[in-house]
Design a protein around this ligand. Structure first.
Ligand code: SER
Length: 894
């Protein structure tokens, strides 16, 4: 049975039992605690906690999920995938344990011809939470599963939560015995590869408190009603029903694996998980490729671009691991152009947007791979140097080098290990791991510090949604529902204090959809608050951050919200300007230039879009002209509410990563179809009200994403006026007309270059003269000439190197060692050179420099003929010189 059919059967089964089909949400879901959706229930959390009344009593969905917590397990076990689809049934205060268990059992065991999955009932092993007698009895008495096939498990396995404070509950998991060929007997307690979990039924009843692991938290309360949350792993069910060994061999993943084997000179043997042979390692890599290529496709498909933080990093890491795995199985050259289309073909029957959007996806993926391949080659150069130095010095490659390669060049550690091994070297991995742990701790501390402003959302959960009236009016009468300071409700706030205020209604636009929050004031009798920010703390709850200017602020007071009209007008111009620029961009570059993010505030706009090369002057001018032509056409701006389906039919552009209510979305149009976007922002009524749009330029914000920035309205005029005065200042400074400026400046630059070149020549000639005068000062140590001297300060390292080598090679009648230093900014630059007779006599510049560095506390390295270094304490230079002379004395025959 194909994976798509598993999805269909699941949904049909629950529709039959009165469940509404709810579409899954995009992977980058809007939740401060999650980078990407990792479970089917994520979109339903507010309904469990009772924050919002659920629009349905029973729901079913198939949700795209990405989990990277077990990424190291991918390919090693048969069942860990970074991307997977979770099919679920959910209910909020309706049926509970008994029905959930019965419905799951029915679908799992009813025959395939009757729409079920046809699993053998005798091979299903349910687990229950250790104290959940009710579930145990239902399985045993109602369903008839014998006692020996029901296992009780602890908190770690059978108390489900999202890993953070929030809804949780005991769970009952269904495992399927795949037979003795897959491992030891004894149920899931003994072997979770043989007994494969395929369905998790969570009986959501409680609220959990904070804690670090799956078993060290407390239950702190009950949910307002009992709920059901289940998740069936579509890929796992497909694995069972397709009779394959693991989830990398099902219909949605195997085509990629197969193509990878064609590109490689190795074979895939489908070895089992207990095998640790070299062939089994190769198999693991093929599975990693199959899994990761698909995950990358789905993440990019949902609008994520590779980056160094957050979601972007999740994607980048996955792609790099895939590329590395390909390299390990001997595939050279780019793999994504080969494998991504195969994954698209496997997935697009269920997700057609992967097909229609493929140009954009490909551009991002291929661009990222190109960039990483370049990284690999520059990393390899640096690694080669480290390998050479390690060989000269002996011992293993320092963990610090491996860490720098990883941290700065994105060079994966196992690649470092592998390349080092090719040279017969080991890597100090424990040092590497220590540095990684240190860095992770730093990142954690950072994140904690950033979040402590308001990470605990529980205080907000006491409030219902805020009614936003700011589309119609800049002012609203409201009531203060709560005052919050440092995450806690407070009774009163006095002048000067900065606090958060929750109202029942507001005219303030809370930052969202790229538009910044409104500015203005809130008046309450004789008290007055300045609004510094407005954010949506929960889905529809607006929290105003205010400073009390006068009077006292307490809950219960009647308030009037007053948005600054000038601010709002400028904000509307900027937001409408962003839509205009987006439409103009697509007019000039074509429909793949799709916005992936935006930011706008009064006078300024910024738009990120999928595109892999810099715009040339002509494109930029074209976009600017097309945008301003749209302002001149004075297109009407209209707002309409419709279903998501209708908006899609009309071709309205939706932003990736946003979750839209499927029953009512807000569509903003400019000139009908010319610009049609799903948007919650505030806009002008006619495009001419934007005034004028100027673009300041475009820049790169990661592989395959460009950023356009510009100004609108009076700020655009000011921007142009500034440019004009810049040109006129330059003209008068250079005494030419503006038309002659470019020629004049390029002439000046050329002359400057020539002069600089001359200067370099003069400087090195002078340095050489000084150095040759020093040759006479060289001392003789057991027949070798040793010259160690501090040259004048502030020499360029390159010059010092040239003169040192020249001086050493200028001495031909005896072995010679020259070590010159120069200070700049209190730092030592030092170069050591040994002439040919010296090298023959066994002297090594690298060892001599190492001695010098050890004595001064600096570092450096190089070859027997020349070595270079720096750092260290300038006060110990003389001691360094003596150490060099001492080593010469030790080395030269007496
Ligand atoms: N929330 C549960 C899980 O993710 C069931 O959907 O396993």
């Amino acid at each position: 049975m194909k994976a798509a059919e598993v999805r269909n059967r699941f949904v049909n089964h629950f529709v039959k039992y009165g469940h509404d089909v709810v579409p899954g949400v995009p992977l980058p879901f809007d939740d401060p605690n999650l980078l990407v959706v990792n479970s089917g229930m994520v979109q339903f959390v507010p309904y469990y906690s009772g924050d919002i009344d659920p629009p349905w009593v029973r729901a079913t969905s198939v949700q795209k999920c990405v989990r990277t917590i077990d990424i190291e397990e991918v390919g090693k076990t048969t069942r860990h995938g970074t991307f997977f689809q979770m099919a679920g049934n959910f209910c909020f205060g309706d049926y509970f344990r008994e029905e959930a268990i019965a419905m799951a059992w029915e679908l799992s065991t009813s025959p395939v011809e009757e729409g079920g999955f046809g699993l053998d009932p005798e091979r299903i092993w349910p687990t229950v939470f250790e104290t959940d007698d009710e579930a145990y009895d239902l399985w045993h008495h109602k369903i008839g599963v014998p006692k020996e096939r029901i296992q009780r498990r602890g908190m770690e396995d059978n108390l489900w939560s999202m890993g953070i404070p929030g809804p949780c509950g005991p769970s009952s998991e269904l495992f399927y015995d795949r037979g003795p060929a897959f491992g030891a007997e004894g149920g899931p307690e003994v072997d979770e590869d043989r007994y494969m979990e395929f369905w998790n039924l969570v009986f959501m009843t409680s609220i959990r408190g904070p804690g670090q692991t799956k078993s060290d938290y407390q239950l702190v309360g009950k949910l307002p009603h009992n709920n059901i949350d289940t998740g069936l792993g579509v890929e796992r069910m497909a694995t069972l029903l397709q009779g394959v060994d693991n989830l990398y061999e099902i219909d949605e993943t195997y085509p990629v694996l197969r193509r990878a084997t064609e590109l490689s000179d190795r074979v895939y043997s489908g070895s089992g998980t207990s095998d640790h042979s070299a062939q089994a390692q190769t198999d693991v890599q093929f599975r990693v490729i199959a899994d990761h290529v698909r995950t990358a496709l789905m993440l990019i498909g949902d609008g994520i671009s590779p980056g160094n933080e957050g979601r972007g990093y999740v994607l980048r890491r996955i792609m790099r691991r895939a590329i590395r795995a390909a390299r390990l199985v001997g595939i050279t050259g780019p793999v994504f152009p080969e494998l991504l289309p195969i994954s698209r073909d496997a997935m697009s029957p269920s997700y057609p947007e992967l097909d229609t959007d493929y140009d954009r996806i490909a551009m991002i993926a291929y661009g990222e791979e190109d960039a990483f391949l370049r990284t690999l080659s520059s990393g390899t150069t640096i690694l080669d140097l480290a390998v050479r130095q390690t060989k000269e010095r002996g011992g293993s490659l320092p963990g610090k080098e491996a860490f720098t390669l990883h941290d700065t060049y994105g060079f994966p550690i196992d690649l470092t290990v592998e390349i080092a091994a090719e040279h017969g070297l080991t890597v100090d991995e424990s040092e590497f791991r220590r540095l990684m742990t240190e860095q992770r701790q730093r990142a954690k501390d950072d994140a904690r510090a950033r979040k402590s402003g308001g990470a605990d959302m529980s205080v907000y959960r006491d409030f219902g949604p805020t009614q936003f009236v700011g589309y119609e009016s800049l002012e609203a009468d409201a009531k203060v529902l709560g005052v919050i300071k440092d995450g806690e409700l407070v009774r009163v706030a006095t002048p000067g204090e900065i606090v958060e205020v929750v109202l029942d209604r507001t005219s303030f636009y809370a930052e969202s959809g790229g538009q910044v929050a409104d500015e203005g004031v809130i008046e309450l009798g004789d008290a007055r608050l300045r609004v510094l920010d407005a954010q949506k703390a929960l889905k529809e709850l607006v929290v105003h951050r205010v400073q009390v200017e006068s009077g006292e602020l307490t809950a219960g007071l009647a308030a009037r919200t007053l948005v600054d009209p000038e601010w709002r007008l400028a904000a509307r111009q900027a937001h409408s300007g962003t839509h205009v620029v987006h439409a103009a961009l697509r007019e000039v570059l074509g429909p793949t230039a799709l916005q992936s993010g935006s930011y706008n505030k009064p006078g300024y706009l910024r738009l990120d879009f999928a595109w892999s090369r810099a715009l040339d002057g002509l494109d930029l001018r074209g976009v600017e002209e097309s945008a301003n032509a749209a302002l001149r056409r004075d297109l009407p701006v209209t707002v309409e509410y419709m279903t998501l389906g209708r908006a899609r039919e009309l071709g309205a552009l939706a932003l990736f990563g946003e979750t839209y209510d499927s029953t009512s979305v807000r569509v903003v149009e400019m000139g009908g179809a010319w610009s049609r976007e799903l948007c919650g922002g505030t806009h002008v009524e006619h495009t001419s009200q934007i005034g004028i749009v100027t673009l300041t330029g475009d820049s790169s914000v990661g592989a395959g994403v460009r950023r356009l920035e510009g100004h609108v309205g009076i700020d655009a005029v000011r921007f142009l006026a500034n440019e004009r005065s810049l040109v006129s200042n330059l003209s008068s400074l250079l005494k030419v007309s503006s038309g002659e400026l470019v020629d004049r400046v390029s002439g000046l630059v050329q002359r400057l270059r020539a002069v600089e070149k001359e200067l370099v020549q003069i400087r090195s000639a002078r340095l050489a003269a000084e150095a040759s005068a020093l040759v006479d000062c060289a001392e003789t140590v057991h027949g070798a000439r040793v010259l160690t001297t501090a040259l004048p300060s502030d020499q360029q390292a390159g010059d010092v190197r040239t003169v040192t080598v020249k001086t050493a090679n200028g001495i031909t009648d005896a072995p010679a060692v020259v070590l010159f230093t120069s200070l700049s900014d209190g730092q030592i630059t030092c170069v050591c050179a040994v002439n040919k007779p010296g090298v023959k006599a066994g002297l090594s510049a690298a060892s001599l420099l190492e001695r010098f560095a050890a004595a001064t506390g600096g570092r450096g390295g190089g070859s027997a003929a020349v070595a270079q270094g720096g750092g260290g304490d300038p006060r110990s230079i003389e001691a360094g010189f003596r150490a060099v002379a001492a080593l010469v004395s030790e080395t030269m025959p007496h």
